[in-house]
Ligand binder design. Structure first.
Ligand SMILES: Cc1ncc(C[n+]2csc(CCOP(=O)(O)OP(=O)(O)O)c2C)c(N)n1
Ligand SMILES: [Mg+2]
Length: 402
């Protein structure tokens, strides 16, 4: 561990506890150090300089990732970042009600999202635009949610990607229940088995729902990967106020394995997620992954992080950028030339322009959409409600459209 002072409880009388309302200068420095280093237990396959590090345990899980596959991961991250930046700008222009930036978390989301198989199910919180993209959800669907004109009615089953959840930690219970169902229905036990992954933040680990999910998953051996993106902040609360231990170590108390991976290393996140999903598929779950990353932008567009964190922290993390290290690796190894990088950038710009065009001209969803994707099977009650509502609306048209 890089910074014992972060995790160690002070001796009585040795100074204020880490939970004091106002951190001391020593605590600020300790927190700063802790938030910029992942510690020796950090699994990393690609370091910030773009050098490939050997990992006897996890290399086999990315043995198929050649230069072409790595270029694919790079492109995914660039496109998702570009879409994120465009969406952030559109909120500033009044086109979206709010935006939740993913800046800095592209590797954690693309690495884990690309590790999933079609039969798997993912449960996001509200920042998982990269996972949505990896699951084939149209980015325009996400814009509808943040424009507040739509509830996000993609086909959850077809994409293996559940709706966004704003209530912190709640999706951990949903995912655990879903994974218990996979187990009860005999869908685990071999390489073709099913698994569930659920995304939540460092702050969410303090939520009761998350603990309950851990307990239920453990006692039922549920095939669920708990994927915690430790982006160091829960709005204005730093991670050291959530736990005395590195978060991944909590898994031990529940009786399953926990692992910390460099969340800015797409290769590391892919390898560790593939391993964890495979464990679950074979009936050896659950597993906790702590992806050690950093929220490079505000919590949401309603937040101003300059009020509560030092800019030095951001400057340090800029050197660990998840996209730049892949670019460096590809350039260094001859896996890509400048024309490739230029093409990806041009494609990302086109993608952003399409999103912008769509957003500015976004049609309101048809009124019947609110009734879609509610139940897996047809529901006579819901059908009756839909008919009643549509007939009510058509009354306005007959009365002159007002
Ligand atoms: C049950 C509940 N309590 C409080 C909130 C308000 N809230 C929204 S985001 C957030 C912080 C979450 O931080 P973290 O889990 O680290 O996720 P991150 O936003 O950093 O991805 C809080 C407290 C909420 N949405 N739900
Ligand atoms: Mg957080």
């Amino acid at each position: 561990m890089s910074s014992p002072e972060q995790w160690t409880r002070p001796e009585p009388g040795a100074g204020p506890a880490a939970t004091a309302a106002e951190p001391t200068p020593e605590q600020v420095i300790a927190g700063l150090r802790a938030t910029t280093e992942g510690g020796t237990e950090l699994t990393q396959l690609l370091n910030p300089e773009g050098e490939r590090l050997a990992s006897p345990r996890f290399d086999p899980y990315v043995a198929d990732i050649d230069a072409e596959a790595l270029r694919g991961l790079y492109k995914d991250m660039v496109l998702v970042r570009r879409a994120d930046r465009e969406s952030n700008a559109m909120q500033r222009q009044g086109q979206l009600g709010i935006w939740v930036p993913l800046l800095g978390q592209e590797a954690a989301q693309i690495g884990s999202g690309r590790a999933l198989q079609p039969q798997d199910m993912a449960f996001p919180s509200y920042r998982e635009h990269g996972v949505a993209y990896a699951r084939g959800v149209d980015f325009r669907e996400l814009l509808g949610i943040f424009r507040c004109s739509d509830h996000g009615g993609w086909d959850f089953k077809r994409h293996g990607f559940h709706p966004y959840t704003i209530v912190i930690g709640n999706q951990v219970l949903n995912a655990t229940g879903y994974a218990m169902g996979q187990k009860f229905e005999g869908k685990v036990g071999d390489d073709d088995g099913e698994a569930t992954i659920v995304y939540f933040g460092d702050g969410a680990t303090s939520q009761g729902d998350v603990h309950e999910g851990f307990v239920w998953a453990a006692v039922y051996d549920a095939p669920v990967v708990f994927f915690c993106q430790n982006n160091q902040w829960a709005i204005s609360e730093p991670t050291e106020r959530q736990s005395r231990l590195p978060l991944y170590q909590r898994a031990r108390g529940y009786g399953f394995e926990g692992i910390r991976v460099d969340g800015n290393d797409v290769l590391g996140c892919l390898a560790v997620s593939r391993w964890a999903l495979e464990e679950c598929r074979r009936g050896n779950g659950p597993v906790l992954i702590e992806a050690f990353t950093y929220r490079m932008d505000a919590h949401t567009t309603t937040d101003d992080p300059t009020r509560y964190r030092l800019s030095d922290e951001l400057e340090v993390w800029k050197h660990k950028d998840p996209i730049e290290r892949v670019r460096a690796h590809l350039a260094r190894t001859g896996g890509a030339d400048q024309a490739f990088f230029d093409d990806v950038q041009a494609e990302a710009d086109r993608f952003a322009a399409e999103l912008r065009d769509f957003c500015f001209n976004m049609p309101d969803p048809p009124p019947e959409r609110i009734f879609s994707e509610v139940y897996a099977d047809p529901s006579p009650q819901l059908d009756a409600q839909r008919e009643e509502y549509l007939s009510y609306l058509s009354g306005f048209a007959e009365a002159g459209g007002h």
